[in-house]
Design a protein around this ligand. Structure first.
Ligand SMILES: Cc1ncc(COP(=O)(O)O)c(C=O)c1O
Length: 430
């Protein structure tokens, strides 16, 4: 273990912490966002979804945000939502997955990737993740395919792109739709291609912790006009309105109110212009850390293989207790005591949640798992996805603070704290 710091007494053992002030708050809301919101307020219209075809498509700013977001990705259609969860639900519905069908998802992700499948009464089937990138493992994905599989949702987790060439090749071979979950990775690239441009459709989140944000919000992008129109109908009560015709209140399919407001869209237009700069800032901070954090056998910092352009939504590491000599939780406690926010990440693979263990989604009869239309035998048994289980139980180590407006001086505190903790491992064993 190499370190340049002179170990001083750990804060956890009564010493002085490296840092006593909090990291700068996130997100930052600039004058541009404030001005854009005030313009909406002054316009007197906060939504503008209405009875005409134009109104069915959303308010002025919603449509402008959709167009700008699609253009950023060189895609044809953007469909704005009030969250990525609702956008993912619409994507599942628009891709034709429903009762009796299966959709393959990773278990090492946020709940919504899988519950969006249940929202449309389809069954989530879990395939394991890669231990280095934390994203869907193509071999595990292929092994999970059954005659009932309709789609796959690869997640570009923590800002790192999933292995899309292999995932798409497998999906095409089995005639499956690919829905990219880009909630954590707007602006990330795989082999030079932006995430969200490789599958049949993709969904982004603008919830306020994300790399670009509107408070709450989401966006689906696609080149497929049918997927775009179907997802607009799911967004808007299952109705559509034909240009030049009066609204008929005709529900063509089951729909919800998943509409984005003008305020969110106005913020989104400003944030989209900042996205590359915000991501560059994350990348600069991550590079600064990667060049300076102590090299420790058993501690692996985030990787950026040559095919990947990582946008570091989270600075995700892996930790090997056997090599390092103290439990992960002890190491984290020592970092936190030094003033560095750190944690273990997702506490369990999604299928360990009672929702899946007890198979209770709708009502008390086990719907949709027990639906007579479902002929499969999905497993949520412990041991199903060993890599995801290991990441949750013992090896993942995350910190969220590698993001703007933090500076390299803030990163110096992280480096110093890591050095201090690493040098003090013998004392932490006692
Ligand atoms: C991978 C992933 N998918 C989906 C979502 C859902 O996003 P939203 O909060 O916008 O519904 C999140 C949010 O954290 C996420 O991290």
């Amino acid at each position: 273990m190499k370190s340049t710091a002179t170990a001083t007494k750990l804060a956890l053992l009564g010493g002085t912490p490296v840092r006593s002030k909090p990291f700068p708050p996130y997100p930052t809301i600039g004058d541009e966002e404030k001005k854009a919101v005030m313009e909406v307020m002054d316009s007197g219209h906060l939504s503008s979804f209405s009875a005409s075809r134009q109104g069915f498509l959303g308010g002025e700013r919603v449509q402008a945000f959709e167009a700008a977001f699609a253009a950023y990705h060189a895609m044809t259609f953007g469909v704005a939502f009030n969250s990525a969860t609702s956008g993912l639900h619409a994507a599942v519905a628009a891709c034709g997955a429903g009762p009796g069908d299966e959709v393959i998802v990773p278990p090492y992700t946020f709940t919504a990737t899988a519950t969006a499948v249940l929202h449309h009464n389809a069954i989530p089937v879990f395939a394991d993740v890669d231990p280095v990138t934390f994203c869907l493992d193509p071999r595990s994905f292929e092994a999970a395919i059954t005659p009932r599989t309709k789609a796959v949702i690869p997640v570009h987790l923590l800002g790192h792109p999933a292995e899309m060439d292999q995932i798409i090749a497998i999906a095409r071979k089995h005639k499956l739709k690919v829905i990219e979950d880009c909630a954590q990775a707007p602006g990330a690239k795989y082999k030079g291609r932006l995430v969200g441009t490789m599958g049949d459709c993709a969904v982004f989140s603008f919830q306020e912790s994300k790399n670009m944000m509107t408070g709450e919000g989401g966006m689906l992008i696609t080149n497929d006009p049918e997927l775009a129109e179907q997802s607009r109908m799911v967004r808007n009560h299952g109705e559509t309105v034909i240009a030049g015709e009066a609204r008929k209140y005709l529900a063509q399919t089951i729909g919800w109110n998943y509409r984005m407001t003008e305020i969110e869209a106005a913020i989104g237009l400003v944030q989209l212009k900042k996205l590359d700069g915000l991501n560059d800032h994350r990348r600069m901070l991550a590079r600064y850390l990667l060049d300076r954090l102590p090299s420790v056998p058993g501690l692996r910092y985030p990787v950026e293989p040559s095919q990947a352009h990582h946008v570091y939504h989270v600075f995700g590491m892996t930790y090997d207790e056997k090599q390092i000599g103290i439990p992960r939780q002890r190491f984290i406690q020592a970092l936190v005591a030094e003033g560095i926010p750190a944690g273990t990440g997702y506490p369990r693979p999604l299928y360990h949640n009672p929702l899946f263990q007890e198979r209770m989604a709708y009502g008390k009869q086990g719907c949709p798992f027990t639906c007579h239309l479902y002929q499969g035998t999905v497993s949520y048994a412990k041991g199903l996805c060993p890599v995801a289980e290991d990441l949750c139980a013992q090896s993942a180590l995350w910190t969220f603070v590698v993001r703007p407006p933090a500076t390299t001086a803030d990163m110096d505190d992280i480096i110093h704290a890591f050095e201090k903790v690493v040098e003090s491992i013998p004392e932490l064993k006692e």
